[in-house]
Design a binder for this molecule. Structure first.
Ligand code: AMP
Length: 143
């Protein structure tokens, strides 16, 4: 299984925001969509950064609630690690473990076409293991 399979099952929708959106509005978006991370898109439509609930909590912890009025561009991570449709689940797991983050935007030809979270990866891994177990049971019982 690869990223293309995951996107086929979960869809290609990504919640994005512009770099000048306030941290408060980004926090509201996270709550409204029940997600932990927003991809920030520049005016050219390319990925300009990524901001997760951790960035927001860290910013408030460091400087207080006044940061919520500031633009998200101040607190987003600008060096974004991305995935491609052909990447395997093993590759995603290794990237997430190495960099210690839980989200990978999927980019093809410079365009954002989806996002994969650690939850999607775990779900896929479980589905894969269940399919293998069913195939093995079928092989044993039917010879
Ligand atoms: P997360 O574990 O995804 O909530 O993110 C933890 C930290 O890593 C935060 O500072 C995020 O801005 C950053 N981060 C999350 N995903 C990525 C990514 N794909 N590339 C670079 N940084 C990221």
């Amino acid at each position: 299984m690869n990223v293309a399979t995951i996107l086929k099952m979960k869809g290609k929708g990504v919640v994005t925001a512009k770099p000048d959106m306030s941290l408060l509005d980004v926090a509201k978006l996270l709550g409204q969509h029940g997600i932990g991370c927003i991809v920030i898109e520049g005016d050219d439509g390319k990925v300009a950064g990524i901001v997760s609930e951790r960035d927001i909590v860290r910013a408030i912890g460091n400087a207080g609630a006044k940061v919520l009025k500031e633009p998200v561009s101040v607190y987003m991570t600008t060096t974004v690690v991305t995935a491609r449709e052909a990447d395997t689940i093993d590759r995603l797991m290794s990237e997430m473990t190495t960099h210690r983050f839980r989200h990978l935007p999927v980019v093809e030809r410079g365009r954002l076409i989806g996002i994969v979270s650690i939850g999607d990866v775990v779900k896929m891994r479980i589905a894969e293991a269940e399919m293998e177990a069913a195939a093995m049971r079928n092989y044993i019982t039917t010879g």
